[in-house]
Each structure stands twice: as structure tokens, then as C-alpha cells.
Design a protein around this ligand. Structure first.
Ligand SMILES: [Zn+2]
Length: 501
């Protein structure tokens, strides 16, 4: 069947969006593809459609539980029942049942951690996997080094599955990150489909304020002035909650907060309410966003700035997915510098934590016996993230094989190795932060041109309402007193809007 027919029949679209068809054709022809499409360009069609042509299963590695749940839910809504998300939302019994019946499914969404589960992998190996998709592939580089170390093992997973065609998808990747993706996945004969990361319908603005109190006042002003729905990003849970109550006190309606410290049910509820326009404003940390496919977000305000320009672009990219004019505003005060510094430090285990865990392993873990990770963590001050990082280093250094310590650890040698590694990563993280900070402080070049040049891109044509340095008419984004955006009544139409993002 012709691709366009499948697109229409299965997904209800009459034509492809820019970039989709070429990617799909390459994937069907069995070529490994690395694709960069801006957020909102319809990445999921690039692997869902080939699923209707290719014989075997499509495995989609996804970094977030909510993202997987969403995708499966949307597929079921369009009548595709052969999809499943295997993650911690399933009970033990459910997981067992699904894994036993794995052959029934066409689209299998999994976390990278799940692919390290030997029981699951045993079942998966028996399937014919025709396409291996890595969604949000930049996680391989951006996160992989520190806390998603299982991402770095995907190349061996693919090999175990008979090296199926691989499609790595991302919305924001610099040349270095693209190199990381291909390198870590050990991909051969890669076909690249790289599209501009820019979203011309989003106006980019940085506003400087003198103090933190000024920033709070300014934020309230913007929230009262702008047409919602909107998202406000914070670097910490405390700030997200604090400002959320401040907005409520200021009489602003439909405000809630969202962060990783809330339980899963609460988070799901807030997300659903925001998606269905029952909430107008979300005060959130970066735990919210990836996989949130809300087409009509009109503004994204940064109360705190993220540590990389990539993260910034991803976050503002949640605005205007319906293609309508939207605005990003970053509020900056001189005292902001300390937070990102602290965030970067927090990503790595401290010197004391490192020394303590190495001593604990040395004294408590007998050679050739399976490490009891829970007990080990209970003994130590190190958190789960820090432990994963160390575990991965033990594995690639040949100390640890399949959960067993196979040679004695020489603490000095191992600690020296880890410390050098952390120092190297810290230098890199600080360079990225520096890049973000320079971009914020620029007062001469266009902000859009500024971030495009980081991605080796150029602004090819002028963008209306481009950025604060090119001048913006803020009246265009004001709340005109209309209660809300146009409500899409037809659920199928609404679903279409969501699915294509
Ligand atoms: Zn500009």
C-alpha cells in the first residue's frame, strides 16, 4: 500500500509533515537513521507508520514512563490494540502476563532499564524485531553519562536482538551530541535527516530584573497579562510550590504545581487537568514536559534558567505546537547564578560518598557472589543515581560482570579513575552552562541567531516577533479576556492534534 494511503487510513492525515516521508522511506528500506525534527513536527509517525509495513515488532525505547503511557493510550484510541508499555506502572502479575504474551504486540514501549532485565530480554530475543527506535536519543549523551547509564548499553541490546534497523530520534542535538548518539549506538551506514531546531512561531525573550522580589512581581504581571495556557519552569521543587501559592494568592485562577517529588497519581492527575484545559498554569520543574503533548500552550516562562541551551530549547518548544504565535520569556536576576551551579554539582556523587561506597563494597561484597544492591544502598549515603554511575564504571572497568564482583577492587585505583571522569564531565557541564549564560547576556546579536549558531545553523529568513533584541509587540500575546482557547469538541480531531506532535 502506498505510504500516503496508510497515513490517511490509520492516522487520518492527508499529507506528510516536513521530513516525515523521507525518514519513513529510509526506515522501511532497512537503513539506520538518525533524525532531528523540531518538537511538534510529528516524530511518532516516523516509527508508527513503518510498523504497518514491516513484519516484526517495533521496540521503542523511551526515557519517561508518562511518555510511554501516553503513546500507548493514543494508539489504543485510534484502534491499535497491539501496543504495550512495559514499566513500573504494571503490577508484577500484569508484567508477567504481558511478557509471556510478548509476541502478541506490534509496538512495545520500554525503558532502557527494562532492557537490562534478563527475564524480559530472554523473551524479547525470541521475537522478530524489525525496528528498534530510540526516542529522545539525545539522552544518550546528555543524561547517559551520569544517570541513565543503561542508555549506554543499548548497542549491545540491539546486537542481542539481531541488529534490527535503528531509528534514533531527537529534537535538539548539537554536532557533538549527534556524534555521541552514533558512537554509543555503534551505528553503521547512518542516514541523517537533520531539520532546523528552530520554531519560528515562538518569540524568544530575556528580561533582566534587579532582585528576586522584582522577579516575582514581574512574573505575576506577565501571568496576568499573557493569554494562557502557560508553563512556568523552576529549578527546584520548593520554588515551584512557593510561586504556585504566590500566584494563587494574587488571585490567578487555574494554577497548580508539578514536580518529581509528588506521587505518580497526583502527577498524572495534574497532567490530565492541564491537558484538558481545566488548569491554565503549571509551575513545574523539568520533571514536567517531555511527552506532554498539549498543542495550545501559549507561553513558557523561565523563572530559573536551565543549565544548557538544549534544555532551554526543549522547554520553550512545549509552547505553540499548534503552530500559532506563542512566547517564551526568561526572567533573569543577578543572583540566579548559584542555582545551576548547585544543580550541576548534585548530579555527581561527592568525594565522601564515593569513598564510603567503595569501602562498603570492599568490606561487604564477597567475590563472585551476586551483589545485593538494596542492602548495599541501605549501608551507604549514596543515592540511586550515584550508584548507577558507579556500577556502570565497575562494569566497563571489568570489576563487575552480571552483578558479581569478579576481581578485587583496589580502592585508590578505582577512585582515581572515577574522580578523573567526574572532573572531565564537570568541565563539560560548566562549558555548557557558560554557553547558556553568554547567550542570555548578549545584547547585540539576535537571540535566535545566537542559539542557531550553536547548532551550526543560520537564520535563513527574518522571523516576525523574533526576539526582544529584534523588538517584539507584546500586545499580540495578551489575554483579550476570552475565557479559553477554542475547544476541540470532536475527540478524534483532538486526538489527531495530539498524535502528530
Ligand atoms: Zn531576533
Amino acid at each position: 500500500m502506498e505510504l500516503r494511503n496508510i497515513l490517511h487510513e490509520r492516522f487520518g492525515y492527508t499529507s506528510f509533515r516536513k521530513g516525515q516521508q523521507e525518514i519513513i522511506e529510509d526506515v522501511i528500506a532497512g537503513r539506520n537513521v538518525v533524525a532531528m525534527l523540531p518538537t511538534g513536527a510529528g516524530k511518532s509517525i516516523c516509527y508508527l507508520l513503518p510498523g504497518y509495513i514491516l513484519d516484526g515488532a517495533v521496540i521503542i525505547v523511551s526515557p519517561l514512563l508518562s511518555l510511554m503511557e501516553d503513546q500507548v493510550h493514543q494508539l489504543q484510541m485510534i484502534g491499535e490494540k497491539r501496543s504495550v508499555a512495559i514499566n513500573s506502572f504494571l503490577s508484577f502479575e500484569e508484567k508477567k502476563r504481558v511478557v509471556e504474551d510478548l509476541a502478541k504486540y506490534k509496538y512495545i514501549f520500554v525503558s532502557p532499564e527494562m532492557l537490562q532485565n534478563s527475564y524480559f530480554m530472554n523473551k524479547l530475543r525470541r521475537l522478530h524485531v524489525s525496528l528498534f527506535v530510540i526516542d529522545e536519543a539525545h539522552c544518550i549523551s546528555q543524561w547517559g553519562h551520569e544517570f541513565r547509564t543503561d542508555y549506554l548499553k543499548l548497542s549491545s541490546v540491539m546486537k542481542e536482538l539481531g541488529s534490527p534497523t535503528c531509528l534514533a530520534l531527537t529534537a535538539t542535538a548539537t554536532k557533538q551530541v549527534l556524534k555521541d548518539i552514533v558512537g554509543f549506538l555503534k551505528l553503521k551506514d547512518v542516514h541523517y535527516h537533520l531539520h532546523s531546531i528552530d520554531r519560528p512561531n515562538i518569540s524568544i525573550n530575556v528580561e533582566k530584573v534587579a532582585t528576586i522580589d522584582d522577579k516575582k512581581r514581574k512574573l505575576i504581571e506577565w501571568v496576568q497579562r499573557l493569554q494562557g495556557p502557560g508553563m512556568i519552569y523552576f529549578s527546584s521543587r520548593w520554588w515551584a510550590e512557593h510561586i504556585s501559592s504566590l500566584l494563587v494568592e494574587a488571585g490567578i485562577k487555574g494554577v497548580a504545581y508539578y514536580h518529581g517529588g509528588m506521587d505518580a497519581e497526583q502527577r498524572m492527575l495534574i497532567q490530565q487537568q492541564f491537558l484538558s484545559d481545566q488548569l491554565q498554569i503549571i509551575c513545574c520543574t523539568n520533571a514536567f514536559g517531555m511527552g506532554v503533548n498539549k498543542p495550545n500552550v501559549r507561553y513558557v516562562i523561565h523563572f530559573h534558567y536551565p543549565t544548557t541551551i538544549e534544555a532551554y530549547l526543549q522547554e520553550i518548544g512545549r509552547a505553540g505546537r499548534d503552530g500559532l504565535p506563542s512566547i517564551g520569556i526568561l526572567l533573569h536576576s543577578p543572583s540566579d547564578q548559584e542555582l545551576p551551579e548547585a544543580l550541576i554539582q548534585q548530579e555527581f556523587p561527592s568525594k565522601d560518598e564515593l569513598e564510603h561506597i567503595v569501602a562498603t563494597i570492599k568490606n561487604n561484597v564477597p567475590l563472585h557472589q551476586l551483589i545485593k544492591e538494596d542492602e548495599l544502598l541501605a549501608f551507604s549515603t549514596i543515592n540511586e543515581t550515584g550508584w548507577r554511575f558507579i556500577k556502570y564504571q565497575l562494569e566497563i572497568g571489568g570489576w563487575l560482570i552480571e552483578g558479581r564482583l569478579v576481581k578485587d577492587i583496589l580502592p585508590e585505583e578505582f577512585l582515581r579513575h572515577i574522580k578523573t571522569l567526574i572532573e572531565k564531565r564537570l568541565v563539560y557541564k560548566h562549558q555548557k552552562l557558560q554557553e547558556m549564560s553568554q547567550w542570555m547576556h548578549t545584547s547585540t546579536t539576535c537571540r535566535r541567531q545566537g542559539y542557531l549558531s550553536i547548532f551550526d545553523e543560520k537564520l535563513t529568513k527574518p522571523v516576525p516577533q523574533c526576539c526582544d533584541l529584534c523588538k517584539v509587540d507584546y500586545q499580540l500575546y495578551e489575554n483579550k479576556g476570552e475565557t479559553s482557547e477554542i475547544k476541540v469538541k470532536d475527540w478524534q480531531q483532538e486526538l489527531k492534534l495530539i498524535l502528530i506532535k
